[in-house]
Design a binder for this molecule. Structure first.
Ligand code: SF4
Length: 192
């Protein structure tokens, strides 16, 4: 009886590759290029500089709050998101999730994880530090810990991130962070 049941079990075909690793049949093909990894990895190696730069950049954006208010945050959204998409796309391979956490992830964008994990790696990181789904891609979370180790406020990586709000995809994190900082500053002034 047991033999009969076992014979009916259909197993997924497995494609053997070098070493002990294997790739289940039909997984998505690698679609990113080594050049982009190179830029991404370079940024992680210089995460301390980018941390410093991002701090200055955020302050400059906040100084422009009266301008954003005059223009209207809503109207500024499209052009600012356009610039943000291209600048951060080049540097971080940004996926425009709209809720940037780079400063808490060693300047390694977690949205490049094929599983889009925002709180650390899965259990499938390969022995060489690469991703189990895209074997030629360095695991974004291994890189995140490396980058965080270079940063002044690298312990931000210990902060638990909230789930991604999908409704914010494609929107500007720069404007959202600026509006939130301006609102917090206004509230602090009222309390004082
Ligand atoms: S966390 Fe989101 S906004 Fe920041 S770089 Fe990654 S996809 Fe872009």
């Amino acid at each position: 009886m047991v033999d009969a049941v076992q014979k009916t079990v259909v197993t997924a075909p497995i494609v053997k590759t070098a070493g002990n690793s294997h790739t289940p049949d039909g997984v998505l093909p690698n679609r990113r290029t080594q050049r982009r990894y190179a830029v991404r990895l370079w940024v992680v190696r210089h995460s301390r500089f980018f941390e410093w730069f991002y701090g200055r950049f955020a302050s400059a954006f906040l100084l422009l709050h009266p301008f954003w208010t005059f223009v209207g945050y809503g109207r500024a959204e499209r052009p600012v998101a356009f610039v943000e998409r291209h600048v951060k796309g080049l540097l971080f391979d940004c996926r425009m999730c709209g809720q940037c956490v780079l400063s808490s992830t060693g300047m390694s964008c977690p949205m490049n994880c094929p599983k889009q994990l925002r709180n650390g790696p899965c259990g499938g990181v390969r022995a060489d530090g690469n991703c189990e789904v895209e074997p030629d891609m360095p695991c974004v979370w291994v890189q995140a810990w490396k980058g965080a180790g270079n940063m002044v406020h690298g312990d931000g990586i210990l902060k638990v991130q909230e789930p991604v709000n999908q409704s914010l995809r494609g929107t500007s994190s720069w404007l959202r962070v600026t509006a939130a900082a301006a609102a917090a500053r206004g509230a602090a002034k009222e309390e004082a």
